[in-house]
Design a protein around this ligand. Sequence first.
Ligand code: SF4
Length: 344
Amino acid sequence: MAGNKKKKTKVRPLLARPGARYTCFGDGLCCTDIHGIGPLTKKECAQMRRIDRKSAGWNDHHDDYMLNTAADGGCVFLMSDQRCAVHAELGPEAKPDGCRRFPLGLVATPVGGRITTEHRCPCRTMGDRPDIDPDSAESSVSEGGRLIADRRIKRVPMRANKEVKFSEWEAIEADYLRRLRGRETLMQILETHSFPALRGSSWDKQADEFIGARDGSQFGVAMAWVGDTIRAIQNGHTPRPPGRPWSPAFDRAQARSPKARTSREVFGDWIADEIWALKWAEDYHFALARAELATRLTIAEDICARLRESGSRADRAAAEAVMMVELVGESDYWTEVKDRMRAS
Ligand code: SF4
């Protein structure tokens, strides 16, 4: 079974996906309430509170220890120049592990440890960035000097009751990654339909729940954008998109990125990493992963088109759209959607 820790997987050598590029430019989005900042261990929480008593604590909503945000939605340690005060004054080792790790991750496989990346931050999605160097990434995905895997995958489920050896998967995946770097439409590559049936629910109902998640945070705004877009796609409802509180981070990214990229490039890079990261292989199969990705891609393309109409540059519009669908994809709301897709 995929994800079985008893099977032989390893974290070395460290492997980066060819074409994956990232460096931290300090665009500053990741240190805000675009997502919950945490979780922290109890020890990390105490360490942060020793620096600033109000900086961290138990969070009932997340049911864990988390960093607190200030009234503007930024972490209390985020300075006006977008630098982290803990990092600046005490060094990177003083930051909680989650802060040092983001947006990188690690998945152990039979052939080594894959470096993975999140795409919600424009430092990952916009501008000229160097290829990810596994050696440089090592300290981010290590804790106490040891590489820590987020998941372990040995065999890969392709569809219900059918899984393949990792070596077979690598050949299948290589073809997807090659095509994603090309010019075919992404839906052609995914070869599936978006918005599959949901057992015991409908996309309209789920959209209402996403819209209802609006709680004053940037995360809540992203959820509302996605809910509103689903309703527009499903039944022609005229979208009433909420604001874009994350604009300053994307303004900074655009200012440092004179060369605009195509939206196809931004979306293709995101889908390639979703496949490479193998999160889906932990609890469902590749056929369902393609349908789930096709759904979020359809939503992202619709959002991107509307941002383009309002004057946004192509790569920025796509990067904002990817940020929104990635956030939703990480949420409990989307876990419920995937459960309903799987049960249909
Ligand atoms: S502690 Fe530093 S790195 Fe972590 S969220 Fe706050 S400002 Fe960002």
